[in-house]
Design a protein around this ligand. Sequence first.
Ligand code: NZQ
Ligand code: ZN
Length: 387
Amino acid sequence: MKFEFHNPTRVVFGAGVLGRMGVEAARLGGHALVVIGGGSVRVGGVLDKALGSLEAAGVAHTLFEGVEPNPRLTTVIRGGAAAVDCKADVVIALGGGSVMDASKVIASLPFYQGDPWDMMMHKGPSQRVPETALPIITVPTLAATGSEMNAGAVITNSELTEKSYVSAPCLYPATAIVDPLLTVSVPPDQTAYGVVDLITHVTESYFNGVGATPIQDRMAEAVVLTALEYGPKAVSNGKDVKAREQVQWASIVALNGWVQAGSGALGFPVHQIEHVLSAHTDMAHGAGLAILSPAWMRFAATRRPEKFEQFARRVFDADEAMDGIGRLEEFFRSLGCPTRLTEVEVGRDSFQRFAEDSVRVGGDGARVHGRPPLGIEDIIEILRLAA
Ligand code: NZQ
Ligand code: ZN
């Protein structure tokens, strides 16, 4: 095992910590660009509390609102201009993964020369990742992506119908203020999608890693088992703060790098295919994963069954690889998620295009990385399994 690991994000976690926003921002500068989505943070006074906390700490603020789910490049570019105009010292992301991802790119734009779409992974060898960004504070209102404590951002270019990804050290948030009380208003469907997303973050490295990584395996299994226990509680009773806390911490642990460090996992293939699905349909990321993840597992398990048998045994107490996958799919369905492409009105006529886009945008032009690597025909087979 060989790896380097560094995650500089300071996490302030617990019910009520939203009130710390002002003090934390004041450590980073005198003017904050506060980025929000479509208005969910206005409900229940969350935005008022956040702005009040900034005012109490003497931090001036400019509000940038309207980041959409699956955030668009055009919105992010407008946000970057807003950061320059108000001479922001710090960018505060108050929202779900979409707001946090948009905020990271917004924070980098005052320093980025050229077309921001060039910072994304789809550019392959000519990708130019950002090297500098304003300090970022993430304040998640939805437990799903782990964006609050990682260096990644996923942005959609709707002119090109592409969704791509950037990860760079300067995009690590300085501080994540994680207040599970902010998530009690998340509706059941989005809560469920978040649970699927966090599970998929650890299964991607579990099944695509180099193997012989017992600590990472056990950590991934712990994340999944925690999601299996607390996810349904958070979905059925959104006000169950204990369940919200566990789901939120699980979502952070799932993608802050701890589980992936040393796993040697390449590619995140289910994610690459899902990003194409959501680029074309604008569906929620977690809903796409609930459909594609079991299909990819059925495909990969026939090529490399051992790890899937281990997963079945340790997570579901089942003997057969396919039983474990079936149980996971049943779990997604029990949360109310779609598990078939027909449920989201994606027909077989899209499969060729989706497969081509997957290798072009999310792979090396010929294949999507993973174990096994996936060519166009493999992806079409996975989409058929998901039909
Ligand atoms: O826009 P608002 O009004 O805030 O409403 C949002 C949105 O409609 C709503 N919501 C958020 N918090 C709420 C709430 N509604 C009620 N109460 C609250 N407390 O939920 C809807 C979905 O929000 P969104 O931010 O889009 O969801 P999520 O957190 O799942 O983020 C999805 C985005 O993150 C990317 C996805 O591809 C997608 O673009 N990802 C980012 C990753 C990363 N940075 O590491 C990794 C992931 O794999 C993922 O790809
Ligand atoms: Zn994800």
